[in-house]
Design a protein around this ligand. Structure first.
Ligand code: NI
Length: 136
């Protein structure tokens, strides 16, 4: 089995906030991500698929095709958007954390990949914080 990873980038705004909590508690738990007038992140998404290289092409999957499907299913829907308000697959009230976005991205993408199997999604919110998801 060979693992192939494509890296995509997007920029988006969000706010992490629990309405039942005080301003102070929100700021304590979420830090700058609780800024009331939103803020942005430069996200980086690693999409890893697995499979056996095709005997003719040597590809697990055409990386251009992988990029296309990630763009259609995810990037076009989140890039330069407000993750709390603008994303049609974001359930109302769900915190747009790196962890939750990964679960939603997996649902968007897993069944749309042809010729290989989605293995892992890795989402960087900053250079120093990222989360990974393997579909369960
Ligand atoms: Ni944030």
């Amino acid at each position: 089995m060979v693992y192939l990873t494509r890296i995509e980038r997007f920029n988006a705004a969000h706010k992490l906030w629990v309405a039942d909590w005080s301003v102070e508690k929100n700021q304590e738990v979420f830090g700058k991500c609780a800024n009331k007038n939103w803020h942005g992140h430069n996200y980086k998404l690693h999409v890893t698929v697995k499979g056996k290289p095709d005997p003719q092409t040597g590809f697990v999957m055409d990386a251009k095709e992988l990029s296309k499907v990630v763009k259609v299913e995810i990037i076009d829907k989140v890039d330069h958007m407000n993750l709390n308000l603008d994303v049609d697959f974001m359930p109302k009230g769900m915190q747009p954390t790196t962890e939750n976005m990964l679960i939603l991205f997996w649902k968007q993408l897993a069944s749309k990949i042809e010729g290989a199997e989605l293995h892992k999604l890795t989402l960087f919110e900053t250079e120093t914080i990222y989360a990974e998801y393997f579909g369960e």
